[in-house]
Design a protein around this ligand. Structure first.
Ligand code: NAD
Length: 351
């Protein structure tokens, strides 16, 4: 099996690459621009495997993508490359429109042109998995879950750009019969998560004794999924998902942001004991504009139709994650030095 993964130097993409190369023995071509959010150190574990290749390229660069597909001849494409940080989309939306909308369009067109050159059997087996977020559905009230039928209602420039890309992907299936499958997932957490995102930010700030900034009153709810569960889900959806269909992916692990931060403080108290609890560092900051109140995913379709189930519950997953950050400074220290932080001083309280 030969798989192109876009965005494979990012958080989720690198988990997908590690899963496909190390657990499945697939040949993988990782296409990544290496923006501030991507680093080859996240795929160090597969770097010297014979089946693994890396191409530094922009998914908006049509010539580079066309050539890569012709040279590598994939059986499957898993498209994860994106600008993914909500706060950055509020302060500068252009990169999000370029990569998430134009980049997805470019990937779809290059992949379709390549697919047209395949023989009948190869064409039938080919899949293009477009990876997206539950944020396209907008915000939930106190009750209910996002299903695959929930109407789109994005709030941020990030989620609007992802919604646009989902519509393009689905249109390519309907209009051209191109074998696209779409997945929409809840908040991921786990190893190799860029230090600006909520969970790593809180772990690393707690480690340094810096304030732990929580948006608003911390009551916003997210449904957390361990990244390796997501990587397995994406592999299963790419392999067996029905063409033109959407699959929601979620961990059934709803938590208030404040509870997530408090749990991290408890773990830090255990693993790096101090005289006063790390929770003293929690500070409340002005809420993010357009901040969605609650996300929660109904993953029944994926569970019943394709037999996937999340294996990690939040309590064990968050402990593994905190331990991983404490043990892997080699990975996060250079990234933390290199990035300029949130441009308007906003700090992420979600993805
Ligand atoms: P990330 O920001 O960690 O990684 C994105 C990767 O894409 C980086 O390696 C970056 O270098 C690369 N990239 C960005 N622009 C590019 C371009 N123009 N050309 C080529 N490569 C480019 O993101 P992530 O959290 O791993 O998210 C991956 C995908 O999953 C995204 O599509 C995101 O919308 C989706 N998603 C993320 C979450 C989450 O909680 N993080 C949840 C659901 C869905």
């Amino acid at each position: 099996m030969r798989v192109v993964v876009t965005g494979g130097a990012g958080f989720i993409g690198s988990a997908v690459v590690r899963h496909l190369v190390l657990n499945k023995g697939y040949e993988v071509l990782n296409i990544d621009k290496l923006t501030y959010a991507g680093t080859e150190t996240s795929v160090k574990a597969v770097g010297n495997r014979p089946g693994y290749r890396f191409l530094q390229a922009d998914i908006c660069d049509r010539a580079a993508i066309e050539q890569a597909l012709v040279d590598f001849r994939p059986d499957r494409i898993m498209h994860l490359a994106a600008e993914s940080h909500v706060d950055r989309s509020i302060t500068g939306a252009k990169d999000f429109i370029d990569t998430n909308v134009i980049g997805t369009f470019t990937m779809l067109e290059c992949a379709r042109q390549y697919w047209l050159t395949l023989d009948a059997a190869e064409k039938q087996a080919f899949r293009f998995l477009h990876v997206s977020t539950d944020e396209v559905y907008g915000s939930l009230g106190d009750d209910g879950l996002f299903t695959e039928e929930t109407p789109y209602d994005p709030s941020s420039p990030y989620s609007a750009s992802k919604a646009a890309s989902d519509h393009l992907a689905k249109a390519w299936a309907r209009t051209y019969g191109f074998p696209v499958v779409v997945s929409n997932c809840s908040n991921n957490y786990g190893p190799y998560h860029f230090p600006e995102k909520l969970i790593p930010l809180m772990i690393l700030n707690a480690l340094d004794g810096k304030p732990l900034p929580v948006y608003g009153n911390g009551a916003n709810i997210r449904d957390w999924l361990y990244v390796e569960d997501h990587a397995r889900a994406l592999d299963i959806i790419a392999e067996r998902g029905r063409i033109g269909e959407t699959y929601n992916v979620g961990g059934r692990n709803e938590r208030r942001n404040l509870d997530v931060v408090t749990r991290i403080c408890d773990l830090m108290d255990q693993l790096r004991p101090q005289q006063v609890s790390h929770s003293r560092l929690i500070t409340y900051v002005t809420d993010r504009p357009g901040h969605d109140a609650r996300y929660a995913i109904d993953a029944t379709k994926l569970e019943t139709e394709l037999g996937w189930k999340a294996e990690e519950n939040f309590d064990t997953g968050i402990e593994k994650t905190v331990r991983w950050y404490l043990e892997n400074e080699w990975w996060w220290a250079p990234l933390r030095k290199g990035y300029e932080g949130n441009r308007l001083g906003l700090l992420d309280a979600g993805k």
